[in-house]
Design a protein around this ligand. Structure first.
Ligand code: EPU
Length: 336
């Protein structure tokens, strides 16, 4: 039995029959080629999953490391990053190299290989914008494939790897186009305000990353201190008619029109249901940010307590606003 309670940032009590950690792509491919790991559960940084208390299928940890330059032009550089590289370390490394584009995605927990699965996004930027392709190994037979970003179905917190291609592939590396000349994205929320507070009148990408890191530290609980997987719910997208109806009842409802639809902040809906800072059985919505489900009983609570709380939140929001909140992390149902 392997204890995975320290390998998931919700700190759920989890044990697995078999865990294999790979640092070599060749060894990983050789195993997959046998077909013996076809039903494996792939675990990266464990920062976007809700694991069951007991896992019977093999757990594969693709702890592959390495960052290399594949191509350089006067304006851009194409890099390949192995799946097991820490995402936040990668962001700071690219900034040190004067390669730009990832600065708004600083301080997101997890590993690089998982980043395209949910098309990580923050502060007005998504990985979709700089992803060139991903390198894949088939879980069924170990065959390899390169898949271009446009064929990955990347959308708000979504990709083919969460849907029709779920459990088909293991992402071994991601390829990113980064810029040599910065193109700052400062329009989201409090970025400009934070830069002003830092007395930064002429910011570069490094200062933007520092500003966003500070905002995140202020707004989001650190999983090391208070176990969580970041936003637990996706922000819902509604049609204009639905939002107009809601606005009649709740005139102060924040809403953000984008691409013909309207995004509502799930955090606001949850807070308005009185659930921010509340908990049940040691699982609740963080007092700092309503969207973050936190586990106050590290290594004691299991998936059950989390899902009970999540259902309570979904039901309350549904009853009050008629809006269903979809969950963001992957919830693994227990296998027989
Ligand atoms: N709000 C509340 N109560 C709260 C927190 C926020 O009412 O407790 C409202 C405010 O009106 C605020 C709005 O929600 O203006 C939006 O809040 P915020 O800017 O914090 O962003 P978010 O929509 O809650 C999303 C991402 C985060 C990402 C931030 C910044 C999703 C599901 N979450 O959160 O991503 O860091 O924007 O870009 O889209 C993650 O995915 O794990 C994550 C943290």
């Amino acid at each position: 039995m392997h204890d995975l309670s320290k390998h998931n940032t919700l700190a759920l009590k989890v044990v697995a029959d078999k865990v294999e950690c790979f640092t070599s792509e060749t060894a990983l491919q050789a195993l997959l080629a046998t077909g013996a790991a076809a039903d494996s559960l792939i675990l990266g940084g464990g920062s976007n999953c809700v694991l069951p208390p007991v896992i019977h299928q093999p757990v594969l940890i693709p702890a592959l490391r390495g960052i290399r330059v594949l191509q350089e032009t006067t304006d851009q550089v194409l890099i390949e990053v192995a799946a097991g590289e820490n995402w936040n370390d990668l962001v700071w490394y690219t900034l040190q190299q004067h390669w730009y584009g990832l600065e708004n995605l600083v301080a997101i927990p997890g590993w690089a290989g998982a980043a395209p699965v949910q098309n990580i996004g923050a502060y007005g930027v998504e990985i979709k914008e700089c992803l060139h392709s991903v390198r894949l190994l088939s879980l069924k037979n170990g065959s390899s494939e390169e898949r271009l970003a446009e064929d990955c179905g990347l959308a708000y917190r979504d990709s083919v790897f969460k849907n029709q291609e779920r459990d088909n592939w293991l992402i071994v590396a991601i390829r990113l186009w980064l810029r040599r000349t910065p193109l700052l994205r400062l329009d989201y929320g409090e970025i400009r305000q934070q830069l002003q507070m830092m007395h930064c009148t002429d910011p570069g990408p490094l200062e933007v990353a520092q500003a966003i890191q500070t905002i995140r530290q202020r707004k989001l609980p650190d999983p090391e201190q208070l176990p969580n997987v970041g936003s637990f719910f996706k922000n819902p997208w509604l049609d204009k008619e639905q939002v107009d109806q809601l606005l009649q009842q709740f005139p102060d409802l924040p809403h953000y029109p984008q691409e013909g639809r309207i995004k509502l902040p799930a955090a606001w809906l949850i807070e308005r249901c009185g659930l921010k800072g509340q908990q049940n059985n040691g699982v609740g919505c963080a007092a700092q940010h309503a969207l973050v489900v936190v586990n106050y009983k590290a290594q004691q609570n299991t998936q059950r307590e989390v899902l009970d709380w999540v259902q309570q939140v979904q039901t309350a929001v549904q009853q009050r606003f008629g809006v269903w909140l979809d969950v963001e992390p992957r919830v693994y149902v227990p296998t027989a």
